[in-house]
Design a binder for this molecule. Structure first.
Ligand SMILES: *[C@@H]1O[C@H](CO)[C@@H](O)[C@H](O)[C@H]1NC(C)=O
Ligand SMILES: *[C@@H]1O[C@H](CO)[C@@H](O)[C@H](O)[C@H]1NC(C)=O
Ligand SMILES: *[C@@H]1O[C@H](CO)[C@@H](O)[C@H](O)[C@H]1NC(C)=O
Length: 829
């Protein structure tokens, strides 16, 4: 998408995509799967590590620097783990225990444990600085594992408690290890030395071979075209690649690698991301042969799958080479990659396979009867106990009534006192645990406001509380609430409540002045009720928590809307519309939000903004039908085109001209000018949210956020809130403040996208965390902030305009009216 590489890589495994909460807090990870080396009290047992409220896991006693206590989570399956979040024990300000640092150990099979180290070789990660704020640590490199242990680290003897969430996604590749010859050094005269070793490999390293582990070939980081450049900072040239020289492995002329999988699979293909910088003697492999072994203890099948690549001496781009594997069945693979030049360098290898159902071990099916058996037994026991208690009480009463003063009392006191004793015992136990745990304050879960997720932004230098006042000119932002301020005695973190941009069907919600929506009544929804059976589903555009966005054909819509319908001339083409639809199981809150969104949308009436056409609200599911444009979104459109030149004409390459680009920019500024005049704030302006038709008319839409295709453009916090941080002004990221002026900032980034023809994501060399760090630099304004570069296509005056959109101080940013006036004259030149 942005680099031309992403579509061929399984997007779920890009570390930037794979940031879903794995179920500590929402309970998908069962209590039994969370264990610990020790616990202090019942109320601080390992299962409390998931708590969003007051609890936490605390290892027993004081933690000493030499201790190695751990919290262990069994994820139940191999998982690509990208982020770890920790919090201390807060207990509504009664708790004060947290882990200042921690290490991670992991095991794919539960037998062999390995220590995680980051790309610089450090094992200890910074943890919490106070008992309440959660700290999110990105794992570079990510970990592929089933079991993970968090080991709090301390330098002084102290009490430690932790709450934990893990983020990632399932590792469906199934690869559990690869073996390869060790990577080599490239030492050509006149160039930096490139060290092409596998520096994150977690297996054994013996006799110049790596085996039994995973490393850089599965870390989701694809190398750049020039292998000397790297995606990480503070690493050496050649870091992203594992590479070999053709004469270093004897005279065989190939590199042999072995791949072992979790179970037997049917392989459709293998994708090898390979460098092709032929000017430096590097090429993709000329051919590859793969042998298959159906079971771990079996011979290699005699017949290999062989594949010859098409060598490319013209395009030096690094690329994915897809090797078909003909649906062969195997548990492990051995492949020989033949050299095409002096060097061969790989940065990623992935496998596409299906699990062979007939032979896959069926652990789930085998467990189900046992589980059901256990449940039935427990229920039966409970029933018996309840029955016994009731029966005993009944017997006690009856006996009490019928016993005669002289009667035999032997039986009665025994049975009744046993029950009394048992009850008392249970009561004691219960009270005992209450009194003991009261030191750990076991009040019910915190109020929603104090347990809301927080975003922590690390800043290098302490920010004084003047961040909220003096240093900043715009009057609006001076009204920060205290917790948004940066206290000088708690210097390293600023937190802001996460702003939710996303509406119920996954698109972003426009922010509107409070009065606007409240004053709108049902009657203000000008859109008419459309017969829903005339909407013919074509494809799903996106989805959100409670609904979906569909692309539909609307039969008879022009007739329905009648004269003055806003639909463009269609030349007999069917009318395409976007239909936002609420799912039947939506909460009543979601229904209200959806109706609010309809009200907001029905206010919009501008040639450059997607308009609400009609609704289906008389019956469930509720829908709103908006315009859609046949050329799709601007990001897709531009990324498939080159700038017009004699070359594009001669070769019939789809192209756009500079004046087309200017024309697009003017239209976007015009649409935004209209939104600003209503005091509406878009909050997610970007090329993915601009739709266009065949005549290159642009309309601004709002469902980019719901689309999986663009999920790498959004930063995901705790698996829930999504923020388009690369398009957001600094005050939106740091203070959660969205205004027309922050829309202007996003407009600047959108212009930049247009003039790079959407070939690259903004700040593509920075990770999400670095983008957030850069935001801090924008705030501090000490000249260390990184701006987007001037796109080569872009006239200097236009780049100046972009830079003004990214002014730190809001009064210095242009208005949309000003932008429109500045851009419009360029169009007809
Ligand atoms: C890889 O090479 C780098 C640079 O030469 C070196 O610092 C590092 O220790 C090596 N790593 C491994 C695992 O061999
Ligand atoms: C290595 O590659 C060079 C250049 O292609 C070739 O001349 C040489 O014979 C190769 N050596 C081996 C051992 O394959
Ligand atoms: C599964 O594996 C067996 C061999 O173990 C093979 O005979 C069978 O065809 C495979 N099933 C599929 C669907 O490929």
């Amino acid at each position: 998408l942005h680099t031309g590489l992403l579509p061929s890589f399984p997007p779920s495994l890009l570390p930037s995509h794979c940031r879903y909460a794995l179920g500590m807090q929402d309970g998908r990870i069962a209590d039994d799967d969370i264990t610990a080396s020790s616990q202090w009290y019942e109320t601080t047992g390992p299962q409390y590590a998931r708590s969003e409220g007051d609890g936490a896991w605390c290892p027993e006693g004081q933690l000493e620097p030499s201790d190695s206590q751990y919290l262990q989570v069994d994820l139940g399956r191999l998982t690509f783990l990208t982020v770890v979040g920790t919090q201390g024990r807060y207990a509504r300000s009664n708790g004060n225990e947290f882990a200042r640092a921690y290490r991670l150990n992991y095991s794919r099979d539960g037998l062999l444990w390995k220590s995680w180290r980051n790309r610089q070789g450090n094992t200890v990660m910074e943890g919490n600085k106070n008992a309440y704020a959660s700290v999110i640590n990105d794992l570079h490199p990510p970990i592929i594992t089933r079991l993970i242990r968090l080991i709090p680290v301390t330098y002084l003897s102290t009490t430690v408690c932790m709450r934990v969430e893990l983020y990632g996604c399932p590792w469906d590749d199934g690869l559990i290890s690869y073996a390869a010859p060790e990577g080599q050094l490239m030492m050509p005269p006149g160039y930096p030395i490139a060290s092409l070793n596998d520096s994150t490999y977690d297996g054994a390293h013996e006799r110049r071979r790596l085996f039994g582990g995973l490393g850089q070939l599965t870390d989701g980081v694809v190398g750049l075209d020039d292998f000397l450049l790297t995606r990480q900072y503070h690493v050496w040239p050649g870091y992203d690649y594992l590479g070999w020289r053709n004469d270093s492995l004897g005279t065989q002329g190939y590199v042999e690698m072995e791949f072992v999988f979790d179970r037997q699979r049917n392989f459709t293909s293998m994708k090898v991301h390979s460098n092709n910088m032929f000017s430096r003697g590097v090429k993709i492999f000329s051919s590859v042969s793969c042998w298959f072994k159906p079971r771990l203890i079996a011979g290699w099948e005699a017949e290999p799958v062989a594949f010859k690549t098409v060598l490319d001496d013209r395009n030096p781009s690094a690329r994915y080479v897809t090797v078909p594997l003909n649906r062969r069945t195997a548990k492990s693979l051995r492949c020989r990659f033949y050299f095409a030049d002096i060097w061969m360098m790989f940065s990623e290898i992935s496998f596409q396979s299906a699990v062979n159902a007939s032979t896959s071990d069926p652990p789930d099916e085998a467990n189900t009867p046992i589980l059901i058996g256990c449940l039935v037994t427990i229920i039966l026991l409970l029933v018996i106990v309840i029955f016994l208690i009731l029966w005993c009480q009944y017997v006690c009463k009856v006996l009490e009534k019928v016993r005669s003063p002289s009667g035999d009392k032997r039986l009665l006191p025994v049975s009744c006192s046993v029950i009394k004793y048992l009850t008392l015992f249970c009561f004691r136990l219960h009270v005992g645990s209450l009194t003991r745990s009261s030191q750990f304050d076991c009040r019910p879960a915190a109020t929603p406001s104090s347990s809301r997720p927080r975003l922590c932004l690390e800043t290098e230098t302490p920010l004084s509380s003047s961040a909220c006042g003096g240093g900043y000119a715009e009057p609006d932002i001076t009204q920060c609430t205290p917790h948004q301020c940066f206290h000088s005695n708690a210097p390293h973190y600023a937190e802001t409540d996460i702003v939710r941009l996303q509406g119920v069907t996954g698109s972003n919600m426009y922010a509107v002045p409070a009065l606007t929506v409240d004053s709108l009544t049902r009657k203000d929804i000008s859109a008419a009720e459309f017969p829903r059976q005339q909407l013919i589903f074509r494809e799903k555009l996106g989805e959100g928590q409670f609904g979906e966005v569909h692309l539909c054909e609307a039969e008879g819509l022009p007739e329905f809307l009648g004269e003055g319908s806003p639909l463009p001339d269609r030349d007999g083409h069917p009318v395409l519309v976007a239909v936002k639809q609420l799912r039947a199981d939506a909460t009543s809150q979601a229904r209200n939000d959806f109706l609010k969104e309809i009200k907001i949308m029905s206010r919009l009436n501008d040639p450059n903004i997607i308009r609400l056409l009609c609704v289906c609200v008389s019956s469930d599911p509720l829908c709103m039908v908006t315009e859609y444009m046949e050329n799709g979104d601007l990001n897709m459109f531009l990324s498939q085109r080159e700038i017009e030149s004699t070359l594009t004409h001669a070769n019939n390459i789809p192209s756009v001209s500079l004046s087309d680009l200017l024309h697009m920019s003017v239209q976007i500024s015009s649409g935004m000018k209209y939104l600003a005049s209503l005091n509406f704030v878009h909050r997610d302006l970007a090329t993915r949210n601009c739709l266009l038709d065949r005549r290159l008319t642009i309309k601004i839409a709002d469902f980019g956020m719901s689309r999986n295709l663009y999920s790498s453009d959004y930063y995901r916090i705790q698996g829930r809130a999504v923020l388009p941080i690369r398009w957001m002004a600094w005050e939106s990221i740091l203070l959660g403040k969205f205004t027309t002026a922050s829309d202007v900032w996003a407009f600047g980034v959108t212009l930049w996208e247009i003039f790079t023809l959407c070939k690259e994501q903004p700040y593509s060399l920075l990770s999400d965390e670095q983008v957030i760090e850069n935001t801090g630099e924008f705030f501090r304004n000490q000249g260390r902030q990184i701006f987007l570069y001037a796109p080569p296509l872009c006239p200097p005056s236009l780049f100046e305009l972009m830079m003004r959109c990214w002014s730190r101080d809001i009064p210095n940013r242009p208005s949309f009216e000003g932008l429109y006036q500045a851009l419009r004259p360029h169009v007809n030149q």
